[in-house]
Write a protein that binds this ligand. Structure first.
Ligand SMILES: Nc1ncnc2c1ncn2[C@@H]1O[C@H](COP(=O)(O)OP(=O)(O)OP(=O)(O)O)[C@@H](O)[C@H]1O
Length: 223
């Protein structure tokens, strides 16, 4: 699935401070292509998460248009966008988003449960094995380490085999071995045809990237 951003910006207002209106993302045009792993790097606060949230249908741009295979994301009614995102997008967000009353397996299968779709339990098991969390299948999030929770979030994002994968610091809590495994896995997803965008501070990510983007004070450039 091809994602195109045309003249996209995002402005925020801060309640106090000297400049209380500012552009976290300045006018940006670019495309993400199928089969490519794109890595986005840049300093903290430069606008990477804001851009990723707009591209993944979570944050409406202040201006501009974002289309996925020609479909204008923000022209869709809310319900239609949510369903579209669930079917086609896999998002690995920053921070912890596991639901504490559900087991690890139930958390991973949540994208099926949301719309009453038949759960692909074999896929969930395969992901848990690949990410080395199979022993935790029946555990609850409160019993997991930060790195284990991160791998649950990765499995949940990938369980429906999304054609577009957005990962925001997917290896933030992981050791070197797991970090390499996650990048190898995301690269494989791209090789199999997915469109993958990874925001990261991990220098080794460059070794896996087909395209390198850099964000600097809201301005996106291709390296
Ligand atoms: N909801 C919001 N309201 C006001 N300002 C915001 C909001 N969200 C983000 N910002 C500001 O926009 C700028 C870009 O933030 P963003 O989270 O996109 O940066 P980032 O590059 O992802 O940073 P990091 O690498 O630290 O995650 C920052 O100055 C941040 O303070």
């Amino acid at each position: 699935m091809e994602l195109i951003a045309e003249k996209v910006t995002r402005e925020f207002v801060r309640p106090s401070g000297k400049t209380n209106r500012f552009f976290a993302v300045k006018e940006t045009d670019f495309a993400l292509q199928s089969g490519r792993l794109t890595v986005l790097m840049g300093r903290s606060g430069s606008g990477k998460t804001t851009l990723l949230n707009m591209l993944s249908g979570l944050l409406m741009p202040s201006s501009g248009r974002i289309t996925a295979d020609g479909k204008d994301l923000y022209a869709m009614p809310d319900k239609e966008l949510s369903r579209f995102r669930c079917e086609h997008f896999g998002v690995i967000p920053q921070g912890q988003t596991a639901i504490h009353s559900l087991t690890v397996t139930e958390n991973i299968l949540l994208p099926f449960a949301l719309y009453g779709d038949a759960p692909d339990e074999a896929r969930a098991r395969q992901l848990m094995e690949r990410l080395d969390i199979a022993d935790l299948a029946n555990a609850r999030p409160a019993e997991l380490s930060g790195g284990e929770l991160r791998r649950v979030a990765i499995a949940r994002a990938l369980v429906r085999k999304p054609s577009l994968i957005f990962a925001d610091e997917p290896t933030g809590d992981l050791d070197d071995e797991n970090t390499a495994e996650v990048f190898r896995f995301l690269k494989e997803c791209a090789s199999e045809g997915a469109t993958v965008l990874v925001v990261t501070h991990e220098n080794d990510a460059k070794g896996y990237a087909d395209i390198m983007l850099k964000m600097s004070a809201g301005v996106l450039t291709q390296e």
